[in-house]
Design a protein around this ligand. Structure first.
Ligand code: GAP
Length: 510
């Protein structure tokens, strides 16, 4: 439902993810469940590496950021204070005929105007080609209905902008026919559950729709541990849940996903724009350091008039996915709104006392918030590459290679005995694997021709391959106890001493 038009690159990436065990549809043997995904062996390693890199860079290597792991289910009042109970809604549209449900702001429509008169309406689901597709539909409609005259260019609007009298005239994207779309209505995206044995109103609780509230609610507790002083940040990685109306674009918009958020508290008198810029630059540089293609990154500043009343400014770091340019990381300057709300709803003071100036104030916050799954998808899209490489017989064939940054690659090194039926080669290869395994993910593979094994690792994005051959065993005495080290990207092979292998690889994967 609501999938964009076929996208050859995206299809290749999705198919590789499934074939190689990066990402599967959740509960696939039961037909799947929309908006939920499982990460297979390679995907789980990839995600873990993303989380570890972020945690190391954001928390462990800084003096001014501390970590937190708050619970997923919190007191229901948290979500009243945060505004999620009242306002965390998307405008939703039902199609009576197909029973499909759409986000109103993802249905685009236009009147079809010929010689200045509206003769009909066309609609499409939002894509990179929304305007072009609407124009094509308008032209087809004019031809099909043999309408004479000059067609005006279409003027795309989203369905939230439809006037009441236009609603019955706009075709449903599901059926192509008008008359079945209902007026948009607000739909709260929080998943509800019950805490305890009673299933009544008083037991309702929510799966958190963001990790951020944990940092605000625990602000006082962390402050009271005495380790932190303004400016400082609280960071957390964890699952969030949103009952998205139209989960789509593979893992991009899911119903269960993981966030990495950090709340950076600053003085109410500090220059928030300076900190905002600092964190935008930090996030951008960090993305590049884990292999997100810099050429696909851009920034989008939310227009002032679309910001929440308390917000001072929000900038999104955008990534050009194969299905279009989309939000990857949002960096918001939220003033003192969140802490003030929790002070009001809980009755607990959120005032900070500044020892140096003897001033009391509610800190302001800068919030860089990102989804691990969106980063994983941006990394998969950045890494996907096809080139030409010689096969066993020296003929060029297309090679699919995932050019992951070594820091983030699920498997760092693959170890191969040249032949599997030579026990001395196998034994030596397993010794080399055991030497490397305590320090990095090392994969042992003896199945099939060596060229095939290289190809399999290229698809998995393993940056280094180590082959144990007869020279390793001393066939040429001067090469005894050396191996070949193959570089995934250049396919170049160097002879390296086994004793040099570990320090060399550790340096390369850092
Ligand atoms: N605390 C602020 C907050 O949650 P958001 O823009 O709603 O802001 C932050 O979410 C980030 O979380 C987004 O930039 C995106 O990377 C990720 N994210 C949000 N909704 C998502 C979804 N349905 N599926 C996957 N990732 C999502």
């Amino acid at each position: 439902m609501a999938e964009p038009k076929e996208n050859p690159l995206m299809e290749k990436i999705v198919s590789l993810c499934k074939r190689r065990g990066f990402i599967f549809q959740s509960s696939e043997i039961y037909g799947g469940i929309n908006g939920f995904w499982d990460y297979g062996p390679l995907g789980a390693e990839l995600k873990k590496n993303i989380r570890d890199c972020w945690w190391n860079d954001m928390v462990r290597r800084r003096d001014d950021v501390v970590g937190l792991e708050s619970s997923i289910i919190m007191h229901p009042k948290v979500w009243e204070a945060s505004g999620h109970v009242g306002g965390f809604t998307d405008p939703m549209v039902d199609c009576k005929t197909s029973k499909q449900r759409f986000r109103a702001d993802q249905i685009f429509f236009s009147s079809v105007v010929v010689d200045g008169k509206t003769v009909d309406y066309v609609s499409v689901l939002e894509s990179e080609r929304t305007a072009e597709e609407l124009q094509e539909k308008a032209e087809t409609l004019k031809r099909r209905k043999a309408i004479q005259g000059k067609l005006d260019p279409v003027r795309p609007r989203d369905f939230t902008e439809a006037r009441p009298e236009e609603i019955p005239l706009v075709p449903s994207p599901a059926t192509g026919e008008p008359g079945s779309l209902m007026p948009p209505r607000a739909f709260n995206m929080m998943f509800e559950t019950y805490v305890g044995a009673l299933r009544d109103e008083s037991a309702i609780a929510y799966l958190r729709p963001e990790t951020a509230q944990g940092m605000f609610v625990d602000f006082k507790a962390i402050l009271d541990t005495g380790r932190v002083r303004i400016p400082f940040g609280i960071a957390q990685i964890g699952k969030s849940f949103r009952n998205e109306i139209t989960p789509r674009n593979f893992t991009f918009r899911s119903r269960e996903f993981e966030q990495m958020e950090m709340e950076y508290f600053i003085s109410d008198q500090d220059d928030w724009e300076k900190w905002h810029r600092y964190w935008i630059d930090w996030c951008r540089e960090w993305l590049v350091s884990v292999g997100v293609a810099v050429a696909h990154l851009s920034e989008y500043n939310h227009p002032r008039e679309k910001l929440a009343f308390y917000s001072k400014g929000t900038t999104d770091i955008m990534f050009r996915y194969p299905f279009g340019e989309q939000e990857l990381w949002g960096i918001a300057a939220r003033g003192d709104y969140d802490l003030s709300q929790h002070a009001k709803f809980s009755g607990t003071s959120m005032i900070y006392f500044d020892e140096a100036t003897k001033r009391r104030y509610i800190p302001h916050v800068i919030e860089p918030a990102v989804g691990v799954d969106r980063i994983a998808l941006a990394i998969l899209c950045s890494a996907y590459n096809e080139d030409q490489a010689p096969d066993e017989k020296g003929n060029l064939e297309t090679r699919v290679v995932m050019r992951f940054h070594p820091r983030i690659a699920p498997v760092k090194v693959a170890v191969f005995p040249l032949l599997k039926n030579k026990p001395e080669l196998v034994q030596k290869a397993k010794e080399v694997r055991d030497l490397l395994r305590p320090h990095m993910t090392a994969f042992y593979d003896e199945a099939g021709a060596i060229g095939r094994r290289y190809r399999r690792q290229d698809e998995a994005g393993t940056p280094f391959g180590v082959t144990i051959d007869f020279d390793t065993l001393g066939e040429k005495p001067e090469l005894k106890d050396t191996v070949t080290l193959r570089d995934r990207d250049t396919m170049k092979q160097d002879r390296v001493g086994i004793s040099d292998l570990l320090p060399l690889l550790l340096q390369k994967i850092r």
